[in-house]
Design a protein around this ligand. Structure first.
Ligand code: UD1
Length: 418
């Protein structure tokens, strides 16, 4: 087990190269079994969630080669439609295997997926979408057994624009017979990237990024060599770190429109932001004013995956901020840890009231989920004195070379064995 030791109070300055988006790479890896030709994905981050997905592909019978940040998946020998419980428990995105497994084998068996404990996280929308495509589903002994004679295109109206359900249905529909239309689809940039990937394989998908996605089923898909989009949540995390601590940062690899909601708030907080193509330059004097209210929403609203990090920033802004979490029920566990550092936060259900304090102080805190863990690191970078952050396995799920990138910005952070 490792922990971070962080000496806070430093201004941060420099540039950060942003990794490919975790939330794109995971469905793309699952999609690689839609063809038996090799699939190459570039810029694949060295993070635990990706390693877990690669384990799942290996278990199904794929051959994986990992060269630097490139992953080559050869699924010609894929034979299994089952994913063992020990692997699905590691990773919620294991659920993305349902669509591709059904497309390839007409059968799939997985147990309920795990992942960060930030709320109920049901998969009913995934399952009802698959049923509409002609899949019979039986839930028995903790497993989901899916079977279909033939996937057939259908009209699907999602009750909520779920990112995962939209992606799973797209993955099942690309080789279904006929046309599938997904209404009230999620609009996240990662959905647009999945469409780009599938079309590069020969699929016929259009409309991603809007509320309606149309998919005309094709018989075959081919291999592809693909560079995914940059990780807007990773970029957002570093931008918030520098906004909070003060200094200057340039991020490369994420178009500003993909995190416009965050940039809008940071400008209101008093940061200066310049953007050009996929570059974002932010300067901050580290003495921010609070904004009244921040509510998480599906894209293009404020992303739930930046809620915790942004709350850490609000902890020392001048004035109070009301944070409303509309996506996940229990996404404030980190708030108790921030309070140990001197933050003044009251949480009631989906709402947190953050009253900015002059200073945070160093403390020993424990990460409880991926983004909450990142928020604790950001708070420790701002705090006076020394902090330690334990349970880094959560942070390692989504941030590649986290401490190296922060060190490059001038942060005093080191990783030590406990
Ligand atoms: C994805 C992201 C995650 C992000 C989230 C919201 C990946 C790998 N993960 O997660 O980082 O926080 O989008 O932007 O891309 N819901 C249902 N039934 C379902 C599915 C979802 O009720 O079948 C609910 C969820 O409980 C939640 C909301 O819909 O309240 C949003 O979930 P969803 O968009 O599906 O998130 P994920 O795909 O799990």
């Amino acid at each position: 087990m490792d922990k971070y030791i962080i000496n806070g109070g430093e201004k941060l300055c420099g540039s950060v190269e942003i990794q490919s988006a975790k939330n794109t790479v995971l469905p793309l890896l699952a999609a690689s079994i839609l063809t038996d030709e090799p699939v190459k994905i570039r810029g694949v981050p060295m993070i635990n969630d990706v390693e877990s997905m690669l384990h799942i592909l290996t278990e199904v019978g794929c051959k994986i080669q990992r060269k630097k940040d490139c992953a080559l998946i050869d699924s010609a020998g894929a034979v299994s439609h089952e994913i063992p419980t020990r692997l699905t428990k590691e990773l919620r995105s294991s659920v993305f295997m349902l669509g591709p497994l059904l497309s390839r084998f007409h059968r799939a068996k997985i147990s309920y997926p795990g992942g960060c404990d930030i709320g109920l996280r049901p998969i009913d929308l995934h399952l009802s979408g698959l049923k509409r495509l002609g899949v019979e589903i039986v839930e028995k002994d903790g497993y989901i057994h899916c079977e279909t004679k033939k996937l057939v295109g259908a009209e699907i109206l999602l009750d909520f624009p779920s990112v995962g359900a939209t992606e799973n249905i797209m993955l099942a529909a690309v080789k279904a017979e006929g046309i599938t239309v997904i209404r009230n689809a999620a609009k996240e940039p990662e959905i647009v990237d999945l469409q780009r990937f599938l079309n590069a394989m020969g699929a016929k998908v259009c409309g991603a990024g809007g509320g309606t996605i149309a998919i005309e089923g094709v018989k075959r898909l081919r291999g592809v060599d693909f560079v995914p989009i940059g990780d807007r949540i990773e970029a957002g995390t570093y931008l918030i770190a520098v906004a909070s601590c003060g200094g200057e940062i340039e991020t490369r690899g994420v178009p500003p429109e993909n995190i416009a909601a965050l940039l809008h708030k940071l400008r209101e907080n008093g940061c200066k932001i310049y953007t050009k193509n996929d570059k974002i330059i932010l300067t901050s004097d580290g003495r921010l004013r609070s904004v009244d209210i921040v509510e998480t929403m599906p894209f293009p609203g404020f992303p739930t995956d930046l809620q915790a990090q942004y709350t850490a920033l609000c902890a020392t802004a001048k004035g109070s901020t009301l944070i409303v979490e509309n996506l996940f029920e229990t996404r404030y566990r980190y708030a108790a840890e921030l309070k140990r550092m001197g933050a003044d936060i009251t949480v009631r259900g989906r709402t947190a009231c953050v009253r900015g304090v002059e200073k945070l102080h160093g403390a020993c805190v424990t990460a409880g989920d991926l983004r909450g863990g990142a928020a604790l690191v950001l708070a420790a970078l701002k705090a006076e004195g020394q902090s330690s952050v334990v349970e880094l396995s959560y942070i390692d799920r989504g941030y590649g070379e986290f401490e190296e990138k922060l060190k490059k910005l001038g942060a005093k952070i080191r990783r030590v064995r406990i």
